[in-house]
Design a protein around this ligand. Structure first.
Ligand SMILES: [Fe+2]
Length: 383
């Protein structure tokens, strides 16, 4: 940890988060794409509507009253997008103990007993603030993480040597996928990359420039890096995932993709962000939608530069963590919330052009920001 990162940790207490994505479907079931997934669901919903909920940054030492609201939501899945615990240790027994404490939280425990839960990690559950490929205990941390989240022993998430990334398909049970084919069904592919295991080093402006040029703007110390967020192998995996037939592809990133420019760790710092945009255009991929965490505030970003359709990025953070010095983001479209929040993504497949309702809700389950769009607005490419 360099001095700037110590500063970021100790002075500013901003930390990357693992956002939780809550994938739920009215009368929905979760169908494993690459690997099996927990087969529990809350079947409280109307036919042919899929509900996805998500969030990030849940500190295991804190009460989590926001789950009282989350548990009222009809849902058949919950995906934690990162900083699911604040591990921050090289002691693997301590890391495992912190996961155990998260699992003992009544809200988390109730959620896991009712719905399918998915998780990726961010820096703090990976093991160290803003850590990347240099973190010494990443293999050990990986096993503890996948064990806690009940990822099956035969999952490729366990066997890959460059991270914990994986994908899932969520499809209503009232659709015969065998007959309709996956592309003909109302399926959502949830793609969960790993932004930690192979991430190259961050670049910072240095302590002096941070203090004189950034801090008073509520910006972090990081600047552009020539490095990569992902291994080449994971990039190739994402390229294959994007070409799968589901009409909607939600990519859950532990860091913001679209926000620009906060000065904190995000995709905007890495030149290989453009590679994702290029892949979407190259393969004419409809229906890509981004959710993210990490920031300790919530916001919606929209990006349309040189794209054939807008890329939305809904950042939900955190489930327990809050940060009041909200950084600039030129792509923010709905203001921000600096209070605890969770995200929702609902698709009504009953319409010829399915409607999508997404946004953020607060501690009480009240909507704090929202957007309504149609699937056709994300689908410019003809087969
Ligand atoms: Fe966090």
């Amino acid at each position: 940890m360099n001095n700037i990162r110590r500063l970021a940790t100790k002075t500013l207490l901003v930390s990357s988060c693992f956002v939780a994505l809550f994938v739920s479907g009215f009368i929905g079931s979760v169908v494993a794409a690459k690997e099996p997934s927990p087969a529990r669901s809350l079947s409280l919903q109307t036919a042919n509507v899929t509900h996805i909920l998500f969030g990030s940054c849940s500190h295991q030492d804190k009460a989590m009253p926001i789950f009282n609201a989350i548990l009222q939501e009809p849902a058949d899945g919950f995906i934690f997008l990162g900083d699911n615990i604040y591990g921050d240790t090289e002691d693997m027994q301590e890391l495992a103990q912190k996961y155990k404490k998260l699992g003992q939280n009544p809200g988390v425990n109730a959620l896991r007993s009712k719905v399918s839960v998915y998780a990726i990690w961010d820096d703090h559950d990976f093991g160290e603030n803003d850590a990347g490929k240099q973190y010494s205990f990443k293999a050990e941390s990986k096993k503890i993480m996948l064990d806690f989240w009940n990822v099956p022993e035969d999952s490729p998430r366990r066997s890959r040597e460059d991270g914990i990334y994986g994908s899932y398909v969520i499809s209503p049970t009232n659709v015969d996928i065998e007959e309709a084919g996956v592309s003909g069904s109302n399926a959502i592919r949830v793609i969960l990359p790993d932004l930690r295991y192979m991430r190259d080093d961050l670049e910072s402006v240095g302590l002096k420039r941070y203090q004189t040029e950034r801090k008073h703007k509520d910006m972090g110390p990081y600047t552009y890096s020539k490095g990569s967020m992902l291994s080449e192998q994971q990039w190739q995996w994402i390229e294959i995932e994007l070409q799968q037939p589901e009409r909607i592809k939600i990519i859950g990133f532990s860091l913001q993709l679209i926000a620009d420019f906060t000065g904190w760790e995000s995709w905007a710092n890495f030149t290989d962000r453009q590679r994702l945009f290029d892949l979407i255009k190259k393969h004419r991929v409809n229906g890509v939608f981004i959710i993210s965490g990490d920031t300790h505030w919530g916001e919606i970003s929209k990006f349309n530069t040189n794209m054939d359709y807008p890329l939305w990025d809904v950042t939900s953070s955190g489930l327990t963590e809050e940060w009041k010095q909200v950084s600039p983001n030129k792509h923010r479209v709905s203001g921000y919330t600096d209070e605890v929040n969770y995200g929702f993504f609902t698709v009504d497949w009953n319409l010829q052009d399915p409607s999508i309702h997404f946004g953020l809700k607060d501690l009480k389950g009240t909507v704090v920001m929202q957007q309504n769009i149609t699937l056709s607005s994300l689908s410019p490419y003809q087969p």
